[in-house]
Write a protein that binds this ligand. Structure first.
Ligand code: SPD
Length: 284
């Protein structure tokens, strides 16, 4: 690695989450500033508008938790919608399931995909050339509005934090559209921010989803370099059955393919609700 390294920080509430490395790309797209940093210990890192999205070293903590609780529970996971996910990590995890035969990945910013394909090769990997993956450059909110009822088996929201162009993806209207286009026994999954660094947004996401779906549940774990480290993923369904029951026949292979997630990890993570969050959620 060349020796013109610099520190790049995400700054949130007077804290800095920093990585040191060489800037490989710094680009202003139509939506945001995109930075790709090459680091010694964390591999390639992607930052959007001052927020860390992913690093080679830490991405599995995030992507495996977002995908596997939902996909390992589905009886039929043939048609999947990913909103966001421009680095390819969420698609990669979904494509591990043999019965997934079509994924619509809807990413608003084509530049994120282009730079990820070019520099974050370990994340998307071979997924980009998998015939089951269809890339759609579009606004996620508009996309869900245009889809027919009962269409997808799973909807996975891999968004960035709320911002001018991502706010809609945290709205009741958006969740309602997702519920409408999801099959009755389908599963909705979303990253639901940090119960510590983004507590208000986290509570808003959990309570909105709880209001709209018959069942919902949130799991907690860690993502290195996200503010405060602790992160969450929320899952929901309108089925009457236990929607997070294991149904995947190839579970041994899926577990072996993962570095972080496994069924025991998942069981603990769904129970790891911070007490102050239990107190607040019970008010909704
Ligand atoms: N604070 C960061 C939240 C970002 C969640 N999405 C990350 C995208 C990785 N695929």
């Amino acid at each position: 690695m060349k020796n013109n390294k610099e520190w790049i920080d995400e700054i949130w509430k007077n804290s800095r989450y920093g990585l040191c490395g060489n800037i490989i790309a710094r680009h202003k797209s139509n939506y945001q500033e995109i930075i790709v940093l090459e680091t010694r210990d964390y591999g390639m890192a992607l930052m959007l508008d001052g927020c860390w999205m992913t690093t080679d070293q830490g991405e599995k903590y995030y992507h495996e938790c977002l995908v596997h609780p939902a996909l390992s529970s589905l009886k039929n996971s043939s048609k999947i919608l990913i909103i966001g996910g421009g680095d390819g990590g969420t698609a990669r995890e979904c494509l591990k399931y043999k019965n997934v035969n079509h994924i619509d990945l809807v990413e608003i910013d084509e530049e994120v995909i282009n730079l990820s394909k070019k520099y974050l090769k370990n994340i998307g990997g071979k997924s980009w050339s998998d015939e089951r993956l269809k890339i759609n450059i579009d606004d996620g909110f508009q996309w869900v509005k245009n889809i027919q009822d009962n269409y997808y088996d799973a909807i996975i929201v891999d968004s960035s934090d709320p911002s001018e162009f991502a706010n809609d993806l945290f709205s009741l209207k958006f969740y309602l559209e997702c519920k409408r286009i999801l099959k009755k026994d389908g599963i909705f999954a979303t990253q639901s921010e940090s119960p510590e660094a983004f507590k208000e947004i986290h509570l808003k996401i959990c309570s909105s989803i709880k209001k709209l779906f018959k069942q919902s549940s949130t799991m907690y774990s860690f993502v290195p370099f996200y503010p405060s480290g602790i992160w969450s993923w929320t899952f929901a369904s309108d089925t009457d059955n236990n929607f997070l029951e294991l149904n995947c026949k190839e579970i041994n292979n899926i577990e072996k393919s993962c570095d972080i997630w496994n069924l025991n990890f998942q069981e603990g993570a769904f129970k790891m609700i911070p007490t102050k969050i239990i107190r607040e959620i019970s008010h909704y």
